[in-house]
Ligand binder design. Structure first.
Ligand code: F1P
Length: 329
Protein backbone atom coordinates (compact mmCIF):
# COMPACT_ATOMS: atom_id res chain seq x y z
CA UNK A 1 0.00 0.00 0.00
CA UNK A 2 1.53 3.26 -1.10
CA UNK A 3 1.61 6.62 0.63
CA UNK A 4 1.47 5.21 4.19
CA UNK A 5 3.56 7.92 5.81
CA UNK A 6 2.44 11.01 3.91
CA UNK A 7 -1.24 10.56 4.67
CA UNK A 8 -0.59 9.87 8.34
CA UNK A 9 1.69 12.88 8.63
CA UNK A 10 -0.95 15.16 7.09
CA UNK A 11 -3.49 13.82 9.58
CA UNK A 12 -1.10 14.29 12.53
CA UNK A 13 -1.11 18.07 12.05
CA UNK A 14 -4.01 19.21 14.28
CA UNK A 15 -2.55 17.33 17.25
CA UNK A 16 0.96 18.73 16.74
CA UNK A 17 -0.44 22.24 16.28
CA UNK A 18 -2.49 21.91 19.49
CA UNK A 19 0.56 20.87 21.51
CA UNK A 20 2.59 23.78 20.14
CA UNK A 21 -0.14 26.32 20.85
CA UNK A 22 -0.48 24.97 24.41
CA UNK A 23 3.30 25.23 24.89
CA UNK A 24 4.32 28.20 22.72
CA UNK A 25 8.06 28.41 21.95
CA UNK A 26 10.01 31.60 22.82
CA UNK A 27 11.71 33.90 20.28
CA UNK A 28 12.60 36.89 22.42
CA UNK A 29 15.88 37.24 20.50
CA UNK A 30 13.99 39.31 17.91
CA UNK A 31 13.61 42.17 20.36
CA UNK A 32 15.88 45.24 19.75
CA UNK A 33 17.15 43.78 16.44
CA UNK A 34 17.33 45.95 13.29
CA UNK A 35 16.80 42.98 10.97
CA UNK A 36 15.61 39.40 11.02
CA UNK A 37 16.64 37.04 8.21
CA UNK A 38 14.95 33.66 7.90
CA UNK A 39 16.66 31.14 5.63
CA UNK A 40 16.03 27.60 4.44
CA UNK A 41 15.99 25.43 1.32
CA UNK A 42 13.10 24.02 -0.70
CA UNK A 43 10.02 23.79 1.51
CA UNK A 44 11.97 25.49 4.28
CA UNK A 45 12.72 28.46 1.99
CA UNK A 46 9.02 28.99 1.41
CA UNK A 47 8.49 28.70 5.15
CA UNK A 48 11.07 31.50 5.53
CA UNK A 49 9.06 33.74 3.16
CA UNK A 50 5.86 33.43 5.21
CA UNK A 51 7.75 33.73 8.51
CA UNK A 52 9.38 36.99 7.36
CA UNK A 53 6.05 38.55 6.32
CA UNK A 54 4.48 37.51 9.62
CA UNK A 55 7.39 38.80 11.74
CA UNK A 56 7.57 42.23 10.10
CA UNK A 57 3.78 42.60 10.33
CA UNK A 58 3.78 41.94 14.08
CA UNK A 59 7.07 43.56 15.13
CA UNK A 60 7.80 46.24 12.50
CA UNK A 61 11.35 44.85 12.30
CA UNK A 62 12.66 44.57 8.71
CA UNK A 63 12.42 40.84 8.01
CA UNK A 64 13.43 38.82 4.97
CA UNK A 65 13.08 35.21 3.84
CA UNK A 66 15.95 33.85 1.72
CA UNK A 67 17.01 30.57 0.14
CA UNK A 68 20.03 29.32 2.12
CA UNK A 69 22.17 29.35 -1.02
CA UNK A 70 21.96 33.15 -1.22
CA UNK A 71 23.66 33.57 2.15
CA UNK A 72 26.08 30.71 1.46
CA UNK A 73 27.31 31.99 -1.93
CA UNK A 74 26.40 35.70 -1.93
CA UNK A 75 27.08 36.86 1.66
CA UNK A 76 28.00 40.41 0.61
CA UNK A 77 24.67 40.77 -1.19
CA UNK A 78 22.53 39.37 1.64
CA UNK A 79 24.10 40.01 5.07
CA UNK A 80 23.41 43.51 6.42
CA UNK A 81 25.97 45.37 8.54
CA UNK A 82 23.32 46.03 11.15
CA UNK A 83 22.33 44.00 14.21
CA UNK A 84 20.62 41.00 12.66
CA UNK A 85 18.96 37.87 13.99
CA UNK A 86 19.36 34.90 11.63
CA UNK A 87 16.81 32.08 11.82
CA UNK A 88 17.93 28.89 10.07
CA UNK A 89 15.07 26.52 9.15
CA UNK A 90 15.63 22.87 8.27
CA UNK A 91 13.62 19.73 9.00
CA UNK A 92 16.71 17.53 8.72
CA UNK A 93 19.14 20.08 10.17
CA UNK A 94 21.74 18.91 7.67
CA UNK A 95 20.85 20.28 4.21
CA UNK A 96 24.21 21.38 2.82
CA UNK A 97 23.27 24.94 1.86
CA UNK A 98 21.73 25.55 5.29
CA UNK A 99 24.91 24.33 7.01
CA UNK A 100 27.17 26.38 4.71
CA UNK A 101 25.01 29.48 5.31
CA UNK A 102 25.12 28.95 9.08
CA UNK A 103 28.91 28.51 9.01
CA UNK A 104 29.24 31.66 6.87
CA UNK A 105 27.20 33.70 9.37
CA UNK A 106 29.32 32.41 12.28
CA UNK A 107 32.60 33.02 10.45
CA UNK A 108 31.58 36.63 9.77
CA UNK A 109 30.38 37.11 13.35
CA UNK A 110 27.29 38.74 11.96
CA UNK A 111 24.78 37.95 14.63
CA UNK A 112 22.86 35.35 16.58
CA UNK A 113 21.56 32.24 14.86
CA UNK A 114 18.40 30.50 16.01
CA UNK A 115 17.71 27.03 14.56
CA UNK A 116 14.20 25.78 13.78
CA UNK A 117 14.38 22.02 13.19
CA UNK A 118 13.10 18.56 14.09
CA UNK A 119 16.59 17.13 14.78
CA UNK A 120 18.52 18.11 17.92
CA UNK A 121 21.79 16.36 17.08
CA UNK A 122 22.40 17.53 13.51
CA UNK A 123 24.68 20.38 12.30
CA UNK A 124 22.09 23.20 12.36
CA UNK A 125 21.21 22.67 16.04
CA UNK A 126 24.88 22.17 16.86
CA UNK A 127 25.96 25.40 15.13
CA UNK A 128 23.06 27.61 16.26
CA UNK A 129 23.20 29.63 19.47
CA UNK A 130 19.81 28.17 20.42
CA UNK A 131 17.30 25.95 18.61
CA UNK A 132 13.56 25.31 18.69
CA UNK A 133 13.36 21.55 18.13
CA UNK A 134 9.95 20.07 17.27
CA UNK A 135 10.35 16.32 17.74
CA UNK A 136 6.65 15.67 17.01
CA UNK A 137 7.17 17.08 13.52
CA UNK A 138 9.71 14.42 12.51
CA UNK A 139 8.61 12.68 9.33
CA UNK A 140 9.30 9.41 7.54
CA UNK A 141 8.02 10.68 4.19
CA UNK A 142 10.46 12.51 1.91
CA UNK A 143 7.90 15.26 1.45
CA UNK A 144 7.45 17.82 4.21
CA UNK A 145 3.89 18.31 5.44
CA UNK A 146 3.50 18.53 9.23
CA UNK A 147 7.12 19.66 9.56
CA UNK A 148 6.37 22.70 7.37
CA UNK A 149 3.23 23.78 9.19
CA UNK A 150 4.64 23.00 12.65
CA UNK A 151 7.95 24.83 12.18
CA UNK A 152 6.08 27.84 10.74
CA UNK A 153 3.59 27.77 13.62
CA UNK A 154 6.50 27.60 16.09
CA UNK A 155 7.91 30.82 14.62
CA UNK A 156 4.48 32.49 14.69
CA UNK A 157 4.04 31.53 18.34
CA UNK A 158 7.57 32.63 19.22
CA UNK A 159 6.92 36.08 17.73
CA UNK A 160 3.47 36.38 19.33
CA UNK A 161 4.70 35.26 22.76
CA UNK A 162 7.19 38.11 22.52
CA UNK A 163 4.99 40.95 21.22
CA UNK A 164 1.30 39.93 21.26
CA UNK A 165 0.52 37.03 23.65
CA UNK A 166 -3.26 37.55 23.52
CA UNK A 167 -3.27 36.54 19.83
CA UNK A 168 -2.14 33.07 20.96
CA UNK A 169 -5.38 32.68 22.94
CA UNK A 170 -7.36 33.59 19.81
CA UNK A 171 -5.45 30.96 17.82
CA UNK A 172 -5.98 28.38 20.59
CA UNK A 173 -9.76 28.84 20.47
CA UNK A 174 -10.04 28.85 16.68
CA UNK A 175 -7.62 26.01 16.02
CA UNK A 176 -9.29 23.71 18.57
CA UNK A 177 -12.70 24.60 17.09
CA UNK A 178 -11.83 24.32 13.40
CA UNK A 179 -8.55 22.65 12.45
CA UNK A 180 -9.90 19.09 12.21
CA UNK A 181 -12.99 20.31 10.32
CA UNK A 182 -10.73 22.09 7.83
CA UNK A 183 -8.74 18.91 7.17
CA UNK A 184 -12.03 17.13 6.42
CA UNK A 185 -13.10 19.91 4.04
CA UNK A 186 -9.67 19.94 2.39
CA UNK A 187 -9.60 16.19 1.88
CA UNK A 188 -13.06 16.11 0.27
CA UNK A 189 -12.09 18.97 -2.07
CA UNK A 190 -8.77 17.36 -3.01
CA UNK A 191 -10.30 13.94 -3.68
CA UNK A 192 -12.62 15.51 -6.25
CA UNK A 193 -10.05 17.77 -7.89
CA UNK A 194 -7.41 15.01 -8.13
CA UNK A 195 -9.57 13.21 -10.68
CA UNK A 196 -9.28 16.13 -13.16
CA UNK A 197 -6.40 16.04 -15.60
CA UNK A 198 -5.13 19.62 -15.57
CA UNK A 199 -2.08 20.51 -17.66
CA UNK A 200 -0.96 23.11 -15.10
CA UNK A 201 -1.93 23.97 -11.52
CA UNK A 202 -1.24 27.51 -10.33
CA UNK A 203 -1.43 28.79 -6.73
CA UNK A 204 -1.81 32.51 -6.06
CA UNK A 205 -1.15 34.17 -2.70
CA UNK A 206 -0.39 37.60 -1.23
CA UNK A 207 1.49 38.83 1.83
CA UNK A 208 2.09 35.91 4.25
CA UNK A 209 0.14 33.67 1.87
CA UNK A 210 2.69 33.96 -0.95
CA UNK A 211 5.06 31.56 0.85
CA UNK A 212 2.05 29.28 1.43
CA UNK A 213 1.22 29.43 -2.30
CA UNK A 214 4.84 28.52 -3.18
CA UNK A 215 4.80 25.58 -0.75
CA UNK A 216 1.39 24.50 -2.07
CA UNK A 217 2.73 24.35 -5.62
CA UNK A 218 5.84 22.48 -4.45
CA UNK A 219 3.71 19.88 -2.62
CA UNK A 220 1.63 19.10 -5.70
CA UNK A 221 4.76 19.05 -7.90
CA UNK A 222 6.80 16.85 -5.53
CA UNK A 223 4.13 14.34 -4.60
CA UNK A 224 2.51 13.82 -8.01
CA UNK A 225 5.15 14.98 -10.53
CA UNK A 226 2.63 17.56 -11.80
CA UNK A 227 3.36 20.98 -13.33
CA UNK A 228 2.55 23.35 -10.47
CA UNK A 229 3.69 26.94 -9.96
CA UNK A 230 2.98 29.90 -7.66
CA UNK A 231 2.76 33.67 -8.10
CA UNK A 232 1.84 36.70 -6.06
CA UNK A 233 -1.88 37.18 -6.71
CA UNK A 234 -1.80 40.44 -8.68
CA UNK A 235 1.47 39.51 -10.39
CA UNK A 236 -0.52 36.89 -12.26
CA UNK A 237 -1.85 39.62 -14.57
CA UNK A 238 1.70 40.72 -15.44
CA UNK A 239 2.51 37.90 -17.83
CA UNK A 240 1.92 34.47 -16.22
CA UNK A 241 -1.76 34.72 -17.19
CA UNK A 242 -0.67 34.30 -20.83
CA UNK A 243 -0.36 30.53 -20.45
CA UNK A 244 -3.95 29.98 -19.28
CA UNK A 245 -5.92 27.38 -21.23
CA UNK A 246 -9.08 25.39 -20.54
CA UNK A 247 -6.72 22.80 -18.97
CA UNK A 248 -5.37 25.26 -16.39
CA UNK A 249 -6.44 25.17 -12.74
CA UNK A 250 -5.84 28.24 -10.60
CA UNK A 251 -6.19 28.08 -6.80
CA UNK A 252 -6.37 31.47 -5.05
CA UNK A 253 -5.47 31.47 -1.34
CA UNK A 254 -7.68 34.45 -0.50
CA UNK A 255 -6.24 37.13 1.74
CA UNK A 256 -8.01 39.88 3.70
CA UNK A 257 -5.87 42.79 2.52
CA UNK A 258 -6.00 42.05 -1.25
CA UNK A 259 -9.34 40.24 -1.20
CA UNK A 260 -11.29 42.50 -3.57
CA UNK A 261 -8.59 42.39 -6.26
CA UNK A 262 -8.20 38.62 -5.82
CA UNK A 263 -11.92 38.17 -6.39
CA UNK A 264 -11.61 40.18 -9.63
CA UNK A 265 -8.69 38.02 -10.75
CA UNK A 266 -10.78 34.89 -10.11
CA UNK A 267 -13.45 36.27 -12.48
CA UNK A 268 -10.85 37.14 -15.14
CA UNK A 269 -9.49 33.58 -14.97
CA UNK A 270 -12.94 32.06 -15.40
CA UNK A 271 -13.70 34.49 -18.24
CA UNK A 272 -10.85 32.96 -20.29
CA UNK A 273 -12.28 29.48 -19.70
CA UNK A 274 -9.88 28.19 -17.02
CA UNK A 275 -10.96 26.60 -13.74
CA UNK A 276 -10.48 28.75 -10.62
CA UNK A 277 -11.08 27.87 -6.97
CA UNK A 278 -10.88 30.32 -4.09
CA UNK A 279 -9.69 28.79 -0.81
CA UNK A 280 -10.26 30.48 2.55
CA UNK A 281 -13.51 32.08 1.43
CA UNK A 282 -15.95 30.04 3.46
CA UNK A 283 -13.86 28.19 6.04
CA UNK A 284 -15.44 27.81 9.53
CA UNK A 285 -12.86 30.22 10.89
CA UNK A 286 -12.46 33.77 12.15
CA UNK A 287 -8.71 34.35 12.09
CA UNK A 288 -6.80 37.04 10.21
CA UNK A 289 -4.78 36.19 7.10
CA UNK A 290 -1.62 36.18 9.26
CA UNK A 291 -3.02 33.86 11.93
CA UNK A 292 -4.79 31.39 9.61
CA UNK A 293 -2.04 30.89 7.03
CA UNK A 294 -0.99 27.28 7.90
CA UNK A 295 -4.67 26.20 7.67
CA UNK A 296 -4.49 26.60 3.88
CA UNK A 297 -1.85 23.88 3.63
CA UNK A 298 -4.01 20.72 3.97
CA UNK A 299 -5.71 21.59 0.65
CA UNK A 300 -2.53 21.26 -1.44
CA UNK A 301 -1.13 18.48 0.75
CA UNK A 302 -4.18 16.33 0.11
CA UNK A 303 -4.29 17.38 -3.57
CA UNK A 304 -0.72 16.18 -4.03
CA UNK A 305 -1.49 12.97 -2.12
CA UNK A 306 -4.62 12.09 -4.14
CA UNK A 307 -3.08 13.07 -7.48
CA UNK A 308 -0.15 10.78 -6.64
CA UNK A 309 -2.63 7.96 -5.99
CA UNK A 310 -4.38 8.71 -9.30
CA UNK A 311 -1.01 8.51 -11.10
CA UNK A 312 0.24 5.45 -9.23
CA UNK A 313 3.07 7.43 -7.62
CA UNK A 314 4.13 6.81 -4.01
CA UNK A 315 4.25 10.29 -2.45
CA UNK A 316 6.37 8.92 0.40
CA UNK A 317 9.24 8.57 -2.07
CA UNK A 318 8.71 11.06 -4.92
CA UNK A 319 10.46 10.69 -8.25
CA UNK A 320 13.99 12.19 -8.39
CA UNK A 321 13.87 13.41 -4.75
CA UNK A 322 15.94 12.52 -1.69
CA UNK A 323 15.01 13.14 1.91
CA UNK A 324 18.07 15.30 2.50
CA UNK A 325 19.87 17.30 -0.20
CA UNK A 326 23.65 17.21 0.24
CA UNK A 327 26.18 18.99 -2.00
CA UNK A 328 28.85 16.37 -2.73
CA UNK A 329 32.31 17.60 -1.62
C1 F1P B 1 14.19 20.62 2.75
C2 F1P B 1 14.05 19.74 1.48
C3 F1P B 1 12.59 19.69 1.11
C4 F1P B 1 12.33 18.73 -0.01
C5 F1P B 1 12.93 17.37 0.27
C6 F1P B 1 14.40 17.52 0.59
O1 F1P B 1 15.11 20.11 3.56
O2 F1P B 1 14.77 20.32 0.44
O3 F1P B 1 12.17 20.97 0.72
O4 F1P B 1 10.95 18.60 -0.15
O5 F1P B 1 12.27 16.82 1.38
O6 F1P B 1 14.54 18.43 1.71
P1 F1P B 1 15.34 20.56 5.08
O7 F1P B 1 16.54 21.45 5.05
O8 F1P B 1 14.12 21.28 5.57
O9 F1P B 1 15.57 19.26 5.80
Amino acid sequence: MNNNYTRQEIEDQPGVWENLINNPPRLEEILDKDNVIFFGSGTSHYLALSAASFTQHYTGIVSRGLPSQEIAFFPEATMPDRDTLYVGISRSGETSEVVIATETIRERGKGNIIGITTEIDKPLARLAKRSIVIGEAKEKSVVMTKSFTSMLLAIQLGVLSTVNPSAIDTMKDEFSRSSRKILTIAEAWAKGEAKNNYKEIIFLGSGPLYGIACESALKVREMSASTATAFHSLEFRHGPKASLTKDSFVVILISDSAREEELKIAKEIEDVGSKCTIIGYDLPLSLSEFLRMILYMPFSQYLGYYKALEKGINSDTPINLTRVVRIEE
